[in-house]
Design a protein around this ligand. Sequence first.
Ligand code: ADP
Ligand code: MG
Length: 323
Amino acid sequence: EALANQIAAGEVVERPASVVKELVENSIDAKSTKITIIIETSGLKRIEVIDNGTGIEKSDVSMALKRHATSKIKDKTDLFRIRTLGFRGEAIPSIASVSDFTIETSVESESSGTKLIAKGGVIQKVEPTLKRQGTKISVENLFFNTPARLKYIKSLQAELSHITDIINRLSLAHPNIAFQLINNDHEFLKTSGSGDLKQVIAAIYGVVQAKKMRKIDTQDLDFEVSGYVSLPELTRSNPNYITLLVNGRYIKNFLLRKAVLEGYSNRIMVGRFPFAVISIHIDPQLTDVNVHPTKQEIRLSKEKELMALISKAIASTLLEGVL
Ligand code: ADP
Ligand code: MG
């Protein structure tokens, strides 16, 4: 079991940023409205995620460290209509197997909270603790028992930028959640949780950039597409400023990115990319996210139809800017 967890960790927890992603996604799944992420030394020394979500019941806390113990899927058919970000029950056991792991959590219905401490996936202690709404998870000394993994991490600066990238995308996906990211006492991001996507865009990319972005909002029988795209004058030399979200999940998809560019037709130069946050809502039955453990790749039905819808929405919004 311990070994199986470490092997799974190789797939799910590649680097500190993967830990941050999995923990924050759990906080989102737990219906949190406020999520604070505190890291030290780009996450290698410490990653702490504090949320105000539903928490975990006393009797379930130890279970969360067991592989494939997800509370989110009850039977096989659930796999085809996934609405939560997590569903594989792999992240917590994997992360715990390669770190000093502490979880403090409380649920509304219980009079005290629960604190669990594990080292390298082995539970050291489970005890009652003060009740406070939600869950706080600390991951310290990541990869202390997998030196090969640790060695593969070359630059703290690069790790930090992976982490900020993930928190930025999750904030864009969830404008109604107040996010705060702090590294070594320095605040990298703070969003208000007001629900206004434009405010999140301004917090991440700056007020000046946000002013140069226009709203898109369209739908057909299968898809709803909304978000913001930059005017053709605001571009970058890499596509990192394009965020594609499918049912609230950040995804990488070459064809959809191509559709975004097609929306600009020839109004931006080859090799330049706009800013865009495009949120797509689809019946989960038309998607398959269970392609890869990190769940960033996705299979979509009716991809052509969606591409056309995106390009058209962008083209008509940009046209309005001209008229
Ligand atoms: P998954 O998210 O795929 O279900 P994880 O290993 O990420 O699996 O988490 C295991 C379980 O622990 C979750 O199904 C959930 O019940 C519980 N859990 C983890 N983090 C939190 C949290 N922040 N708030 C509430 N429950 C949580
Ligand atoms: Mg999860």
